[in-house]
Design a protein. Sequence first.
Length: 258
Amino acid sequence: MSVDTSQVLTERRGHILVVTMNRPQVRNAFDIGTTVAMQAAMDLLDGEEDLFVGVLTGAGGNFSSGMDLKAAERDGPPPPLARGDFGIMGRPPSKPLIAAVEGYALAGGFETCLACDMIVAARDAKFGLPEVRHNLLATNGLIRLPRRMPYHLAMELALTGVFKDASYLERFGVVNYLTEPGKALEEALKLAESLLENGPLAVAASKEIIFQLFNRDAEADEEELKQLPIAQKVFNSEDEREGLRAFAEKRKPVWKGR
């Protein structure tokens, strides 16, 4: 499959790979091409011996608004990829990856942050899982978020679709560091540089050990979740199609509960 590298840019800064989601006209929403390009960027980070750390950010003042629902309605879902949803969620890179968040990190954008190892965010950045507003399931978020913050607060985010400021999530350890607006990438790069002071093999091994212990069975849980009858009822419903159509047509959805 050909890769359009203009949708996900990569820049080497010494031993750091800066990866930039580059569809600012749609708040860096993911279509099929973006998903394939993200997987290629993660493969690059893992495949080059002289790259030790990755920093993931978005162009145009936003991190990512998640799935491009208009493209999904038009083109259907992306093909299965080795790294899973969005080219990263099922199998993130084995090397440390830091999210640098400005603006919106919503739905799959927030879930992409949760696939990273650390999050640096502008204090006014907005995070949320609004999938339910479109009768969709935040499959990765439903698995990862309850492992990152208290049950009742994860429930609030998942069931209401409410947006929360980075300063709120920092209180619960979901966000590592807050910055002034416009400074997230700069501070994320400083954090990445601090990792470079340590032995790269030990850093990568430490990351992988913690990741495996913390996310044990997460990939299996995701696949199991998608196959559950209650999830299949959502995926194959009239309301799912209505949610996508309503978004594309810029109107409120009319739910039928089926």
